[in-house]
Design a protein around this ligand. Sequence first.
Ligand code: AMP
Ligand code: ZN
Length: 471
Amino acid sequence: MENNMQIFNTLTRKVESFVPNVDGKVNMYTCGPTVYHFAHIGNLRSYIMEDVLEKTLRYVGYDVKRVMNITDVGHLSSDADTGEDKMLKGAKREHKTVMEIAKFYTDAFFSDCQKLNIKRPDVVEPATNCISEFIHMIEVLLEKGFAYVAGDNVYFDTSKLKDYYVFSSQSEKELMVGVRDDVTEDTNKKNKSDFVLWFTKSKFDNQELKWDSPWGVGYPGWHIECSCISMKHLGEYMDIHCGGVDNIFPHHTNEIAQSESYLGHKWCNYWFHVHHLNDKSGKMSKSKGDFLTVSLLEEKGYHPLVYRMFCLQSHYRKPLEFSYEVMDNMENAYLKLRKTVAKLDENTDFDQQAFDTYKEKFTQALEDDLNTAMALTMVYEVLKADISDHTKLALIRDFDYVLSLDLAAGEIAEENSVDEELESYILAKIEERKAAKKEKDFAKADAIRAELLEKGIILEDTREGVKWKKA
Ligand code: AMP
Ligand code: ZN
């Protein structure tokens, strides 16, 4: 298949032409959420941009199969092998069982995704469904000499690899800084960077979910799930694997180590990582406790798709800082867009040539390492262009397959929206009142205020001038 898709590959640290293993088909894997709490809008930035990637690949003609895991066991509160199990932490917090927590937050995650028009992956598989696959992979790794048992846990032996830190030219020491300071050294490990494949000796005796295994009753380490779940559904060769940048090390590094040792060949060709959403105090994270969710944005009156547009406006490889000011501007822009598109008249001529030209430009923007800001600009260019309404509408609908902003779904009634006639009447009355006040005719000014109130409009004198709102 002909294509010009260019994408940054973390593995080579270069923008490269995207060429899948099988012509026309893409195997795509996404690290899913750890379902011990609501997803914050930072997590959702990653899922929005991965959704844009999937839809772009489909838009340019690929047949995509996308798989996502749900981490419902094994992810510890530190990214290393120590710390409390995140699921257990959630269960304790809410006085529920781990499985109740997992179900509740998995549903909450997909409900947020739906609000943000993030397509559900073709396959979604919870880690707890695949314990026998994990055990099998660990057995093979032991047989091949890539793993060892120590202190009743099974570890991956990173010294058996030629190249463990595949993602970075940094030294091992520098990378280990990524593993938190509060990590107490596990004396069972032969090398500092070794990681647990299977735990039977946990610091936490009350770990709820445990399974029988050749090494005793226990539970899997965090990384094994993504290797096994992706191979279960996508086979031995993967085209593209996604996640947020914090997944690069240790999670993706360890996924590659165990997968390639198990398979005996290269596993995944392209690695796509989305940079973080930050708030003023730094990276947004669930462990901080106080984080922003889609529901919170809704409570504050924002349409969820305004947040999607906020994300699209910035490149996925740049950190993005969240601010309510930018959200307010985005909300205005979004409502205006919906209004403008709603006014387009479909009963006009269709211009195929113009359609093809603009579609080509839009495609080029996305093929250029997912330049979503430019793709959004194309929406404005189309609306400004000297082409028929029908052509504009067809283009906006076509672009929206990838943008997924519901641009052609009709106007959204603004809280303060009134018909144009009433709006110009209000503005004229405000001017009249201003003039009356200048002349010190306060009785007239008050009468105008009262007259507007009768029509359901409240005037407010603010430092920035007179504002009006519906009563
Ligand atoms: P988790 O639920 O913690 O396993 O994370 C789910 C996804 O969100 C992973 O791909 C993370 O890399 C990503 N992620 C975590 N924090 C952020 C953030 N502040 N901004 C963007 N993506 C994030
Ligand atoms: Zn993963």
